[in-house]
Design a protein around this ligand. Structure first.
Ligand code: KPL
Length: 305
């Protein structure tokens, strides 16, 4: 399968690199990473060591592929969708954190749109080198058309053919809320405490991460998605354990002084709570702390105060 991975950061490089063992993969990323991959290939170390030679570019305008995987940060989804709209893809699949990405893709790109969740842990070490810090799973499902199970099955099978742990589901909307609970629990707490994911399996941080996940499940139910507290809590704990040595993407963002995905994660939970007449005080506190940090270091864009 021809696969374009739009967003060769940590997760995109890891997933794209693993897929390149079996498929014809092109990474879309920034320099110097894209040039290093083109010149010397992509090196994956950690859970497994893999050396592959996917193509890499900084500009995906007008390209075509069977599948475009979107792995950019949530605040870059609109720009990615506009670029993808200039090309030709049978299917586009978001593997991003947070909520709202699929609607942006479906509104802009003329292709089948899939939603996906990924719990793999990854860290970009150097240009051309990504560390695989935790085994995970990938789940994909039809977003538009809502009943396009064939495309979801085909994409999951392509992932599995390359050795990834992947499955298709008919209930991707519930899975997205479950993954949101995982990110709402893990990302801001690890970023604020500057710890690896595994620290959230123990006190004192477990006592903060757990209610963030449970609160997200309550908001999901208020918004019409049947996610129970235990499922959300167990999902967050399982991912924290299985990616114990990973530095979450939000911790990597704050360490590098970059904007985070807080608005699409805990910020989204708070917004949906307000819209459905519930409250989410733990998520609000975590969102406010991260937003305060972003404002303090000057990475919060105007209009997002
Ligand atoms: O999605 C992640 C992230 O860091 O953004 C998890 C799965 C929590 C891995 O760290």
């Amino acid at each position: 399968m021809e696969i374009l991975v739009f967003g060769a950061g940590s997760l995109g490089s890891l997933v794209g690199g693993l897929l390149a063992r079996e498929h014809d993969v092109s990474l879309v990323g920034r320099d110097p990473h894209a040039t290093a991959v083109n010149d010397d290939g992509l090196r994956i170390t950690g859970v497994e060591s893999v050396d592959v030679r996917p193509a890499a570019t900084t500009d995906a305008t007008g390209t075509s592929a069977d599948l475009a995987l979107v792995t950019v940060k949530t605040y870059d989804t609109e720009a990615a969708a506009r670029t993808l709209a200039t090309g030709d893809y049978d299917a586009v699949c978001s593997l991003q954190n947070g909520m709202g990405n699929e609607d942006v893709l479906a509104d802009t790109v003329d292709a089948s749109v899939l939603a996906g969740t990924a719990t793999y842990g990854a860290r970009l070490v150097d240009p051309g080198h990504v560390e695989w810090t935790g085994r995970g799973t990938i789940t994909v499902g039809a977003w538009r058309p809502v009943d396009d199970a064939t495309t979801a099955d085909r994409v999951a099978a392509a992932f599995r053919a390359a050795g990834l742990d992947a499955a298709a589901t008919a209930d991707i909307r519930t899975r997205l809320w479950e993954k949101l609970a995982v990110n709402a629990a893990i990302n801001p707490v690890t970023a604020l405490s500057r710890v690896e994911n595994g620290a959230l399996t123990e006190r004192p941080l477990a006592a903060l991460a757990r209610p963030a996940a449970v609160e997200t499940a309550a908001v999901a139910r208020a918004a019409g998605t049947d996610l129970d507290d235990g499922t959300a809590r167990d999902a967050a704990e399982t991912v924290a354990r299985e990616t114990a040595r990973n530095r979450s993407s939000m911790l990597q963002d704050v360490t590098r002084g970059r904007r985070t995905e807080i608005d699409a994660i805990n910020g989204y939970v708070v917004d949906r709570a307000a819209a459905t007449g519930t409250s989410a005080p733990v998520n609000r506190t975590l969102a406010d702390l991260i937003r305060g940090w972003e404002a303090g270091v000057g990475v919060r864009p105007p209009g997002h105060e």
